[in-house]
Design a protein around this ligand. Structure first.
Ligand code: ATP
Length: 236
């Protein structure tokens, strides 16, 4: 596929890219943490912002209340200086649109700083349903990690919406350097350790009275148990 992104003339040489991982984190689990940790290490990023969604517009409302999800993320990230909790979405009462979050980050960090939006492959395949999704590529690079149990991008290309396939064909590169030579615009696919863990599975285990231990940090599980979260939920 054709290589892109357009070099940015004003990009300072020492402008280290920032990773961004958004999600409902209902609750945070090791799939999220390894994704963020491995991508940060592979791409030599100094920082990954973990951004819990307040009211996610393109999925069912989260089970746990905002303050619980926030606290679970805080506990799960504790002691890791690479992963920084960013509360800008969760404190909003309006829907959490990623495009607005990235515009906000741009205002804060400037036009030249490379931003790398981390997405599991399931999230990437749904991207064409996101609000003003094409603008995302003007604001950030997209780093896709294969999620176990979901088709790889090469296999899914035939069935993905044509507009998304066009963007993928135009922007896909395997040069990690592309993330430093422009502030936004590239798509890169990175391998990460396959951890077939989902928050849905954890909620189901808890609702059935089973322990989801070893799927998420102990501190997060302790918090869930202390506050009796996810006991009476129905995922159907
Ligand atoms: P749910 O089961 O409630 O849908 P989830 O486990 O998918 O939740 P999210 O908070 O929706 O978690 O995910 C946030 C981001 O993390 C998404 O981009 C998603 O693709 C990615 N992600 C979540 N779990 C994994 C995993 N096990 N491996 C790789 N990526 C993951």
């Amino acid at each position: 596929m054709e290589q892109l992104p357009i070099p940015h003339p004003s990009l300072p040489a020492d402008s280290s890219p920032i990773g961004i991982l958004g999600g409902t984190f209902d609750p945070l689990h090791f799939g999220h943490l390894r994704l963020a940790q491995e991508l940060a290490q592979q791409l030599a990023l100094d920082e990954v912002r973990i951004i819990p969604a307040g009211s996610p517009p393109h999925r069912a409302p989260p089970s746990a209340a905002v303050q619980h999800r926030l606290e679970m993320v805080r506990l799960g990230l504790a002691g890791n200086p690479l992963l920084i909790l960013d509360e800008r979405e969760i404190s909003k009462s309006t829907p959490s649109y990623t495009v607005e979050t990235l515009l906000d980050l741009r205002r804060e960090l400037g036009a030249a700083r490379p931003l790398c939006l981390f997405l599991g492959s399931d999230a990437f395949l749904g991207l064409a349903g996101w609000h003003r999704w094409r603008e995302l590529f003007e604001l950030a690079h997209v780093v896709v990690a294969q999620r176990p149990g979901h088709p790889g991008l090469a296999r899914a290309a035939a069935t993905m919406p044509a507009q998304l396939r066009d963007e993928l064909n135009r922007r896909l590169t395997n040069e990690a350097e592309a993330l430093r030579s422009a502030p936004a615009g590239a798509i890169i696919v990175q391998p990460v350790t396959a951890l077939d863990i989902s928050a849905t599975q954890i909620r189901e285990e808890l609702a059935a009275g089973r322990s989801p231990c070893y799927l998420l940090p102990d501190a997060v599980l302790d918090y869930i148990q202390t506050h009796s979260l996810y006991k009476d939920i129905d995922e159907t």
